[in-house]
Design a protein around this ligand. Structure first.
Ligand code: IPM
Ligand code: MN
Length: 356
């Protein structure tokens, strides 16, 4: 039986997780996809109940699981608390050795009007951000905080850079055959190594083009010529920043899904957005990034390509028909549950095209 650990987390987490599970339950039987869901505490809710964001009990359960579906974590309530929900997320990524974070972004023509950029600029944008997730300044030692001084360490070794860049080249070789490696090699030593190794790795992929960008220039080009990129590979922090920037090309951070992979273990699927505490419980959150993350799980952890295609296509169709959540259209919008129900209706309507 496919065992899926579901972590609703904080803020809008429970609402969007419920949406994605409702979608899964509505269609899994038609594809003979059998699974077991285990709902566990993680993040702020776990701190409140168990005193820590990522418990040993959850660690043990992960050892017998096949995939992890996470909604989102975080709340300003923990801003000056000794332990924050985000710490749990970093520990979880570390615990599962998740080094490759994949954040794909595709702007379909019918959604051009939702973008804050001019339609002629975003038209045709179809890119994947490959973010290194297990190292860099997020984990580097030493790190220190006092009220007088504080520091972090941006550290990368050859093995870590090689495997993430290689991952990016593998994806690019199945796509448009271009990798843009993003660094700050004019200033940072860790970036200088990142650039050198990306050139070394590129020699194994003669049909894929490698180009380099400094992260500051990249931040600009992502909004001036987003359609010129295919696969973007970068370090943990730069990838975090650039993926939020890229997400709004499509109109909202609420659309960007992500998956995180290790070399051999189980994978984690989570939206790229945070827990949006300001709108929690209002039934107005956008569930699309969460549902798309669930769809990635079906594809990459369970080989359910047809089911995943059905869900992805129906998300597009419902958006194309003009049904939006509040983040996409502040005036004319559906609630989280109504949008989810529209999607489920659409899936039922067209499922026969995908069941073989
Ligand atoms: C993300 C988030 C996390 C990160 C936070 C919540 C720790 O912003 O997944 O992009 O910085 O990686
Ligand atoms: Mn982020």
């Amino acid at each position: 039986m496919n065992k899926i650990i579901c972590l609703k987390g904080d803020g809008i987490g429970p609402e969007i997780m419920d949406s994605s599970i409702k979608v899964l339950r509505s269609i899994s039987k038609d594809f003979n996809f059998e699974y077991e869901l285990l709902f566990e505490d993680f993040g702020g809710v776990s701190i409140d109940k168990h005193g820590e964001p990522f418990t040993n009990d959850l660690k043990e359960k992960l050892n017998n699981a096949d995939a992890v579906l996470l909604a989102c974590i975080g709340s300003s309530k923990y801003d000056s608390a000794p332990v924050r929900p985000e710490q749990g997320l970093l520990e979880l990524r570390k615990y599962l050795n998740l080094y490759a974070n994949i954040r794909p972004l595709k702007v379909s023509d019918s959604l051009l009007s939702l973008s804050p950029l001019k339609p002629e600029i975003v038209k045709g944008s179809d890119l994947v951000i490959v973010r290194e997730l297990s190292s860099g300044i997020y984990f580097g030692e030493p790190r220190f905080y006092s009220d007088e001084e504080a520091y972090d360490t941006m550290r990368y070794n050859k093995k870590e850079i090689t495997r993430i860049v290689d991952y990016a080249f593998k994806i690019a070789s199945k796509r448009n055959k271009k990798v843009t490696s993003v660094d700050k090699a004019n200033v940072l030593a860790s970036s200088k190594l990142f650039r050198k190794i990306s050139i070394d790795v590129s020699k194994n992929y003669p049909d894929v083009t490698l180009e380099h960008r400094y992260v500051d220039a990249m931040a600009m080009e992502l909004i001036t010529k987003p359609s010129s990129f295919d696969v973007i590979v970068t370090s943990n922090l730069f990838g975090d920043i650039l993926s939020d920037e890229a997400s709004v090309l499509g109109g909202s951070l609420g659309l960007l899904a992500s998956s995180s992979f290790s070399e051999t273990g189980i994978s984690l699927y989570e939206p790229a957005h945070g827990s949006a505490p300001d709108i929690a419980g209002l039934n107005i959150a956008n569930p699309i990034a969460m549902i798309s993350s669930m769809s990635m799980m079906l594809r990459y952890s369970f080989d359910q390509d047809n089911l995943s295609n059905l869900i992805d296509d129906c998300i597009d169709r419902v958006l194309n028909e003009g049904y939006y959540t509040k983040d996409l259209d502040n005036e004319n919008y559906l609630s989280t549950t109504d949008w989810t129900n529209k999607l489920i209706e659409k899936i039922q309507e067209v499922k026969h095209e995908y069941i073989i």
